[in-house]
Design a protein around this ligand. Structure first.
Ligand SMILES: NC(=O)c1ccc[n+]([C@@H]2O[C@H](COP(=O)([O-])OP(=O)(O)OC[C@H]3O[C@@H](n4cnc5c(N)ncnc54)[C@H](OP(=O)(O)O)[C@@H]3O)[C@@H](O)[C@H]2O)c1
Length: 327
């Protein structure tokens, strides 16, 4: 089968596209004929070694896929050849990735693609929307009526967080460029604030006089003292980006107000949590309600170029077709 893979950790141009043996599914696995994949920022970190995780070589890159069941193991209940499916947890922790004509997926990590879901729009949101769901509800314990600030709200995770928080009954204050305000409002933001405005903290205080219940910043530029001071009593910060940041913690602001800071990486999510996120995502995929910016759809042959583009932080998702010869 054709696959995009690496034989050692390194830069994007180390990704080769060529023939590898078609993988053989175990009894509780499903062999998926892959249609579409997408590059997530974390894929570049796994490929380079910046995020350390077992990567048996030759290692097929990529975390997400949309495809069709080719073969289901005897213990892979609920899946049959021809089913449209998706996965968002391959390509790390020893599992081979998704950038290939075929991928073996443990049945517990595979979900049906709902009828009517647009496959390109779906593959674009699988990772960011599951991240947003778990950050908001599993770790952030967001409840209806609460106020959430989403930093980087015009981005992949931020847009999904805005949308899912609104659907969960929260009031969303979004940080984004003014030119992205309409997009953020369409995603569900009640208010959009320019993240470069020096008066941003005061504006947030005016909009949330009793404080922000949940603060999620996807930009990797968290100002922790300011964010902590903006929190309500028992407010939470979910920290999920900016791994190189060294943050200053005002201890009194944290503990005298029962506030908390929670670290979260979806790579550590239990299969039960991923399945819970998938169930919510499927409702939204069927309705087409999750915001997605599709930058381009490329053939698999351009996998290295797609990694380079994500490393340059291009805006919008680069989806790749994994069919024969990258068709
Ligand atoms: N922990 C996890 O499980 C997990 C899962 C998925 C992703 N992530 C991480 O989450 C981050 C976001 O991923 P993504 O795919 O959503 O990226 P993205 O689409 O590039 O979004 C990043 C957002 O941050 C904004 N931003 C950049 N610099 C900023 C600044 N100085 N102040 C405020 N906002 C700023 C960008 O706004 P502009 O467009 O205006 O520049 C953009 O909207 C990445 O670091 C990724 O690795 C973590």
């Amino acid at each position: 089968m054709r696959a995009a893979y690496i034989t050692e950790l390194g830069p994007a141009d180390a990704i080769r596209v060529g023939e590898l043996p078609t993988p053989v599914p175990g009894p509780t696995d499903v062999l998926v004929r892959v249609e579409l994949v997408v590059v997530d920022p974390v894929d570049t970190l796994v490929r380079s070694g910046a995020y350390r995780t077992p990567t048996p070589f030759p290692f097929v890159v990529g975390r997400d896929l949309v495809g069709t069941v080719a073969e289901a193991g005897a213990g892979a209940a609920g899946f049959a050849p021809g089913d449209r499916v998706w996965c968002n947890s391959l390509g790390h922790d020893g599992r081979q990735g998704s950038f290939a004509e075929f991928a073996v997926v443990p049945a517990e990590r595979l979900y049906h693609l709902p009828d009517g879901a647009d496959p390109v729009a779906s593959v674009a949101v699988l990772h960011p929307a599951a991240t947003a769901y778990l950050a908001l509800f599993r770790h952030g314990r967001l409840r209806p009526g609460e106020i959430v600030y989403v930093g980087g709200a015009a981005g992949n995770v931020g847009g999904a967080a805005t949308s899912l928080a609104r659907m969960g009954g929260a009031r969303v204050l979004a940080g984004a460029r003014p030119e992205d305000a309409e997009w953020c409002r369409a995603a569900g933001a009640a208010e959009v604030l320019d993240y470069r405005d020096p008066d941003l903290p005061d504006r947030l205080r005016a909009l949330a006089p009793a404080g922000i219940d949940l603060y999620i910043d996807t930009s990797g530029h968290l100002d922790l003292p300011t964010a902590l001071d903006l929190l309500a009593l028992r407010g939470r910060i979910v920290l999920l980006a900016g791994s190189a940041q060294r943050l200053t913690l005002p201890a009194g602001s944290l503990y005298t107000n029962d506030r908390s800071i929670l670290g979260f990486a979806i790579s550590r999510a239990a299969v039960g949590d991923l399945a819970e996120a998938a169930s919510t995502l499927n409702t939204q995929l069927a309705a087409g309600t999750l915001p997605a910016r599709i930058r381009d759809v490329w053939p698999l042959d351009r996998a290295a170029e797609a990694h380079q583009a994500v490393e340059r932080r291009v805006r919008g998702r680069i989806v790749l077709r994994a069919g024969p010869a990258g068709a």
